[in-house]
Design a binder for this molecule. Structure first.
Ligand code: HXC
Length: 291
């Protein structure tokens, strides 16, 4: 759906780029001509992904070990990237999450998520932003959130709180840095199965099937769909988009919002019966009014 050199000349850092959605986005960026740096904690995973994507796309990809939970480590990693030239875009994709009853969470469990999603995302964004501002270089930040930033979500409270914080960062900095050439946008994905997330969020087949019922489009997302949206938001051709958060979830988050969403489960016979009952009530009302 894009011209093949759409991202040529762009240097993009994808945090958590070694696996899952980060890997899928990195592959798409490479296909469209970008140079991609994939950041993550595990050297072996990053190197394996880099070798695979390099062979598949012929693009330029660099693995870089970085733990975004540690501000100093982030500064050093970003310095290392900048030594090879400034980035043009940052994709805040690294995250951590697991389902749990909130009363079962220890302070350390909360911190395990918040340190990655809230603190880590800020450290990387600030490290890139400072350099872009100092050099007068244009920059684009794309953060991967979830639809829970709009609704909240039970059983993933540390993630919902942290991602909502990143949504606030996106909107705040879109205004603060927008006039200086830096734009920030975000994607709020619904279910896009990946090994890492699914083991922690839908650990049994029954839980996975139940969440499918809530999606109006009746299916989970394809990684390529999310990757294409990421390209669209990073492309210069629509650089006027700033401070926006776009859901890509098959309509899932709206499903719980309407009063009657659950009626999708009714059969034709149910609807026939309901229509008869409502008509009877209306006829009775009219008779009582003498109409
Ligand atoms: C309760 C738990 C727990 C669980 C860990 N803890 N798992 N508590 N239920 N299932 C507690 C531990 O007991 C400990 O507290 C504390 O959390 C820290 O545990 P560690 O194992 O030391 O954590 P750490 O090594 O930092 O691991 C971080 C992690 C891990 C987030 C827990 O899963 C991780 O690194 N994940 C990265 C990949 C990932 O999660 N991807 C999914 C992202 S999905 P105590 O008090 O006992 O010491 C996503 C959104 C998807 O972000 C949206 C889909 C719609």
């Amino acid at each position: 759906m894009f011209q093949s050199d759409l991202l040529a000349g762009k240097r993009i850092l994808v945090t958590g780029g070694g696996t899952g959605l980060g890997k899928a986005m990195s592959e798409r960026f490479l296909e469209l001509g970008a140079e991609v740096i994939i950041g993550g904690r595990r050297k072996g995973v990053l190197e394996e992904t880099a070798a695979k994507l390099q062979a598949k796309t012929g693009g330029r990809i660099l693995p870089l070990v970085m733990d975004i939970r540690v501000a100093q480590a982030v500064e050093e990693a970003i310095d290392e990237i900048w030594a090879g030239g400034p980035l043009d875009a940052l994709v805040n994709n690294a995250a951590g999450n697991f389902i749990s009853r909130t009363e079962d969470l220890s302070a350390r469990a909360f911190d395990a998520i918040a340190n990655i999603v809230l603190h880590g995302t800020f450290y990387v964004t600030a490290a890139c932003g400072r350099r872009w501002l100092a050099e007068g270089h244009k920059g684009s930040v794309l953060s991967i959130l979830t639809t829970w930033i709009r609704t909240g979500s039970p059983y993933v409270v540390p993630s919902a709180m942290s991602k909502a914080g990143v949504a606030a960062m996106t909107r705040s900095l879109a205004v603060e840095w927008g006039r200086r050439g830096i734009r920030l946008n975000a994607i709020a994905p619904g279910p896009f199965p990946t090994e890492g997330a699914w083991a922690r969020l839908s650990p049994t087949p029954e839980l996975a099937a139940r969440s499918l019922d809530q999606i109006p489009m009746g299916r989970v997302g394809e990684h390529s769909e999310l990757a294409n949206l990421a390209v669209f938001l990073l492309a210069d051709q629509c650089a006027y988009i700033n401070g926006e958060i776009i859901a890509i979830d098959g309509g899932q988050w709206l499903n719980g919002a309407g009063t009657f969403g659950r009626l999708s489960a009714l059969s034709d016979t149910d609807w026939e019966n309901i229509r008869g009952m409502i008509k009877k009530t209306t006829a009775k009302d009219k008779a009582n009014q003498g109409g």
